[in-house]
Design a protein around this ligand. Structure first.
Ligand code: SF4
Length: 250
């Protein structure tokens, strides 16, 4: 048969398009059915922009087309599966790694009347002989792509991933786990594992805690916090789900 569409740029949808469309729609619908978060998540307190934190805390609607799509939701779900694997492997290696309370809930903390909350990946309560780490210690896990993983291995989590370092510091502070945290990064492409001990950075934890209070106070007062940049094309702004809304505002 002559392909009359040849050269028109039109491509008939494939079975992969059809199935992936259904999968993504199901994931987006599932997420939309979950109640919105009503607290400031401690994991994000180290991001560059306090205004973005405020938008997130107040559940400000994201710009059209900027909410999480099926692709990113699949990446999040895969991250949880990778974390399950790392937990299993560490336990098999002899770590007593606790990840859930007796009632099945995640360990975490709540401050400022529940308006600041954080949920941790786990706590190492005993390490195999020869590992040489103090316990109990916070355990934080990330599954990273190859490039990101290599950079973390080379430069350490504190330098390569300061937002994760902030997350670790504030969790250590609020959960009173001052021993160096065990950070595990799994390479999603090769399944290599990287581990490093992260000493407690009390000054960083305090700075981020103060930042959280600033966001809450400004929100209570009906004030919008300053942008972190004067350039809407800053990389953080280009990644930000509120970019259009933010730069329309005074
Ligand atoms: S667009 Fe930029 S300045 Fe505005 S909230 Fe987002 S990151 Fe902050």
């Amino acid at each position: 048969m002559i392909n009359l569409n040849h050269g028109s740029g039109y491509r008939l949808p494939t079975i992969a398009d059809a199935i992936n469309g259904l999968v993504d729609m199901a994931l987006v619908t599932e997420r939309a059915s979950q109640p919105p978060r009503r607290y400031l998540g401690a994991s994000a307190l180290g991001i560059a922009c306090a205004r973005a934190l405020q938008f997130d805390y107040t559940a400000t609607p994201k710009d059209p087309g900027r909410d999480f799509g099926g692709g990113i939701l699949r990446i999040f779900a895969a991250g949880h599966r990778f974390e399950d694997l790392s937990i299993r492997w560490l336990r098999a290696a002899g770590f007593d790694l606790r990840t859930h309370r007796r009632d099945g809930g995640q360990f975490g903390f709540s401050a400022a009347g529940g308006r600041i909350q954080g949920h941790i990946d786990g706590v190492v309560v005993a390490a195999p002989p020869g590992v040489g780490m103090a316990v109990p210690a916070l355990w934080e896990h990330k599954a990273l792509n190859h490039k990101s993983w290599q950079d973390t291995v080379k430069r350490s989590v504190a330098v390569s991933k300061p937002v994760y370092a902030g997350q670790i510091a504030i969790y250590q502070g609020y959960l009173d786990l001052p021993a160096p945290a065990l950070f595990t990064a799994l390479n999603k492409d090769t399944c290599e594992l990287h581990h490093e001990l992260v000493p407690f950075d009390g000054a960083l934890a305090q700075r981020l805690s103060d930042r959280a209070v600033t966001v809450l106070r400004a929100t209570d007062a009906g004030e919008l916090l300053a942008r972190h940049s004067t350039n809407r094309d800053h990389p953080e702004c280009r990644r930000c789900a509120w970019q259009d809304r933010c730069w329309r505002m005074p």
